[in-house]
Design a protein around this ligand. Structure first.
Ligand code: TRP
Length: 453
């Protein structure tokens, strides 16, 4: 069996930046605003925050603890901890689901990261100046319909991800995140202030922060739970892998709360950077997945210094995406490293190249193979469905059940080192609330997918 190595993060700060970097990504800046927009604003945001703290944060604690206790890849850690607890080694399947899920997410995440990269350049080149809504559609569709261009951007994004992961935990991940995360924060604050001066800020604040409960339907709730999982990087290996590099003296409870708070703050700030412009320029808040790529450029095209602001905005999105994609590549790399003794350079190259190749199916889902569907889903839809709707909720539920019901309470307590009263709150949430909450959502999603219209 591979040896457990000692902690790798050089400081608590580096660990927090890395984990916040994993959590903050396309999910916060691309997905969250459009889902909040479609879900009626404040009601979605409120229920989202409840899920983040009641279900997501306890799960982060669980994943970090198991990862740290195992000290291996998610597969190795799950197996090791299960055996130590006198349980079946098959619990390692949770680890497999995470490593494979992260790999699949990476394959399409990189394609969307590639769009972002393309949009940084488009903005700098002045492609948005005076663009009309139709023009913005044409620009976006021209990108999506061109498989070669998409593949080149996808390859560039993946190469950046591999370049960082190759350099190791301290030399690569940690250097990248401690540089990029503060930069992201500064950019975001700048964009919010900018939106505050130029846009309809008050309207945006009301829309995002004052809940209109008539908008709160069951579907909005489900969407919010799915989004909270994705945004907090739950159950797909990233957090468990980062936990394996964590030293014993760091309190996972405090860390998880910090990570969740930062993740939610960034999502809301992204909304506060985007919606003032959406309102000020009379754009559609329910613009959906195209909100960032089709709607926002219209605002950039009209405003003073729009090319610069646009490039900064997409640059911000790019930074957020990269610090997440490295956490999606790392689980697979740590598995190849720990279990098969493959050197990190080689492991990153293999895993990254394979994810790149799989990503080509996502590239083609927008053009050549857009008509090729199974159960009405393109390859991209299938990958998204498989990870978001199956592996993530199931993985999360089993992680919660494992730590809540199959590990000795005393061992869990020792690993968490929490104050007694907080431990009790957490233990209740992870044993009862998380598994039941996820089960409800899971069944609802499957039902919606296959039985309802
Ligand atoms: N949380 C990231 C985002 O919001 C994406 C991500 C990284 C992720 N690692 C993950 C999602 C693991 C689910 C599981 O964009």
């Amino acid at each position: 069996m591979a040896a457990t190595r000692q902690a790798n993060w050089s400081s608590r700060w580096a660990f927090i930046m890395a984990t916040v970097g994993s959590a903050v990504g396309l999910g916060n800046i691309w997905k969250f605003p459009y889902e909040a927009g479609q879900g009626g604003g404040g009601a979605f945001v409120l229920i989202y925050l409840v899920f983040v703290f009641v279900i997501g944060t306890p799960m982060l604690i669980a994943e970090l603890s198991i990862g740290r206790r195992g000290g291996l890849s998610p597969i190795g850690s799950m197996r090791k901890v299960a055996l130590e607890e006198g349980r079946n080694g098959l619990w390692q399947l949770i680890g497999w689901s995470g490593v494979i899920g992260a790999f699949i997410i990476l394959s399409f995440y990189s394609v969307i990261g590639g769009w972002t990269l393309a949009y940084v350049f488009k903005s700098i080149m002045g492609a948005f100046s005076d663009i009309t809504p139709d023009g913005a559609d044409v620009l976006f569709n021209a990108l999506l319909s061109d498989p070669i261009t998409l593949t080149i951007w996808h390859a560039s994004f993946m190469a950046m991800t591999m370049g960082i992961v190759m350099r190791g935990v301290e030399g690569g991940l940690e250097k990248a995140v401690t540089l990029l995360m503060p930069a992201l924060f500064v950019l975001l604050v700048f964009l919010v202030i900018y939106a505050g001066f130029t846009g309809a800020f008050k309207q945006a604040v009301v829309f995002l922060l004052i809940p209109d409960f008539s908008k709160l339907t069951f579907d909005v709730g489900i969407e919010a739970l799915g989004q909270s999982f994705f945004s907090q990087s739950i159950a797909m290996g990233s957090i468990m892998t980062y936990g394996a590099y964590l030293s014993k003296d760091i309190k996972v409870g405090q860390a998880a709360v910090t990570i969740s708070a930062a993740d939610s703050a960034v999502a809301i700030m992204a909304g506060l950077a985007i919606f003032p412009l959406v309102f000020a320029y009379g754009l559609d808040v329910g613009g959906g997945p195209g909100l960032i790529f089709q709607t926002l450029p219209i605002a950039f095209g009209k405003m003073a210094f729009g090319a610069v602001v646009g490039a900064l905005f997409f640059g911000l999105l790019l930074v957020a995406a990269i610090t997440s994609s490295i956490s999606l590549l790392e689980p697979g790399v740590s598995y190849l490293e720990h279990t098969h003794g493959i050197k990190r350079k080689k492991a990153s190259t293999y895993a990254g190249a394979a994810a790149f190749l799989l990503g080509i199916l996502t590239v083609l889902s927008f053009n050549t193979l857009s008509g090729f569907t199974i159960a009405d889903m393109t390859f991209f839809d299938m990958f998204d469905f498989l990870t978001n709707n199956l592996l993530m909720p199931l993985g999360g539920m089993f992680v919660a059940m494992f730590i809540g019901w199959f590990m000795l309470r005393k061992n869990v307590m020792e690993e968490l080192a929490m104050e007694d009263k907080w431990f009790r709150v957490w233990y209740f949430l992870i044993r009862f609330v998380s598994p039941v909450g996820v089960a409800v959502v899971f069944i609802w999603l499957l039902y919606g997918k296959f039985f309802a219209g």
